[in-house]
Design a protein around this ligand. Sequence first.
Ligand SMILES: Nc1ncnc2c1ncn2[C@@H]1O[C@H](COP(=O)(O)OP(=O)(O)OP(=O)(O)O)[C@@H](O)[C@H]1O
Ligand SMILES: [Mg+2]
Length: 353
Amino acid sequence: MRNGVIAIRRDGTLALMNDEAYRIFALTRQAGDIGRAFADVLRKRPDVIRVLGGAFELRHLPNRAELRLKDLDRVIGYTLSQVKDGGGQPTGAVMFFKDLTQVEELEERERLRDRLASLGEMAAGIAHELKNPLAGIEVMAGLLKRQVPDSVDAQSLLADIMSEAKLANAIVVEMLEFVRPLRLQVERTVLADVLHQAVTLAETKAPRGKVSVAVEIPAELPVIDGDHHQLCQIFTNLVANAFEALDGKGRITIAATAGVVEQDPAFGREPEEPMPIVVVDVADDGPGVPENLTDRIFNPFFTTKPQGSGLGLAIVRKIVDAHNGWIDLSSSPTAGTCFRVTLPVSSTSEWFK
Ligand SMILES: Nc1ncnc2c1ncn2[C@@H]1O[C@H](COP(=O)(O)OP(=O)(O)OP(=O)(O)O)[C@@H](O)[C@H]1O
Ligand SMILES: [Mg+2]
């Protein structure tokens, strides 16, 4: 963030006002501004006139003070100093300032994150407390089952109790995973290894049946900065979903490509080098996601499956976000579903921070 600077002379004329100052005060530079009375140039900003006007009267000039420009809905942080001649007499004053509006927004976001973090902590606490009684129910139902070997009814009821307890426990474990703050262990990660491992892991989560899986990775795909384990979880969840959608028959294609994205000038930043990225498509030729559900499938606990917890894609999104990447969905009943995960090659980039 650049500084705004305004300098005035002892006689009240404007000596200097830089572009950032004009921008922050939403004024347009006019020929002849320099040398005119500052109170005239700044007449639309009376609060600023008041601050500058005090520059020769106040004994202690404000250092790092804040000023709210109400009509602009802007907050600036400023420092005021006098300029003195050789004999120590003030000949002018300078105001340095910064637009703090963005800083305030960042702080607000930080506060929101803190709130979510404590909510997550609470959920984690509850989930943790539930784990023990659930394990207890499962173990005791198992013991009871052995005590009534001859009662067919009791056997089947107890088997149900055990499988329900197991299911509840799986949800609790997944929920713990979801609410736990993500700490990435970033290392140089070979995506080919991640993707092959993910297919194997997905087979343990969902039945593959006769589904064919093609993994297409160009040899020159760059190594990326990422958390191997977490990235693996992204693709395990996506492939498991595809297995479930395909229900034993069909085709999954996992294709990775390297590319760059141009900086969007709409971000209002300095033009930067294009950012190198890796794109991974996980596509299946299954039934697709109904259009009215596409907004909801990433929500925690949204599921259309009787045994699903609905956390799979929420976790995917969280891990992708943590890597400063993004995920898109395209789907149709005829073409199937494709999840596109885009990840920056280098985590040191400042592009989307
Ligand atoms: N490849 C896909 N094809 C069609 N629908 C999908 C696909 N992937 C996800 N969905 C839809 O998105 C929903 C949410 O998926 P998500 O992985 O978050 O939860 P889930 O698979 O239902 O449960 P789990 O927590 O066990 O993963 C699914 O219930 C399904 O309706
Ligand atoms: Mg899932």
